[in-house]
Design a binder for this molecule. Structure first.
Ligand SMILES: [Zn+2]
Length: 82
């Protein structure tokens, strides 16, 4: 399956923050995603969506497959971001 190009930023460190490589964006609003590595949680605070990650570690960015969180759940996840 080919992923939509719009999901990715080019790997050229355009914003100069020293991070290079591909960055996943929310497929609903285009915003940056929060990621809790230890728990394998990938979410968008703005859209209140949690995107599933397969057993192989592949994020599933389909909105139909995402879980819509309530605001309290989002706040709890944001509070745990590094
Ligand atoms: Zn979003």
């Amino acid at each position: 399956m080919e992923l939509p190009r719009a999901l990715f930023q080019p790997p050229d460190d355009r914003d100069g923050d020293g991070r290079e490589g591909l960055i996943l964006r929310c497929t609903e609003c285009g915003g940056e995603l929060g990621y809790l590595r230890a728990e394998g949680v990938l979410f968008c605070a703005r859209s209140r969506l949690r995107f599933p990650i397969t057993e192989d570690g592949i994020p599933v960015m389909l909105i139909d497959e995402a879980e819509r969180l309530d605001q309290a759940a989002v706040d709890a996840l944001v509070a745990r971001l590094p």
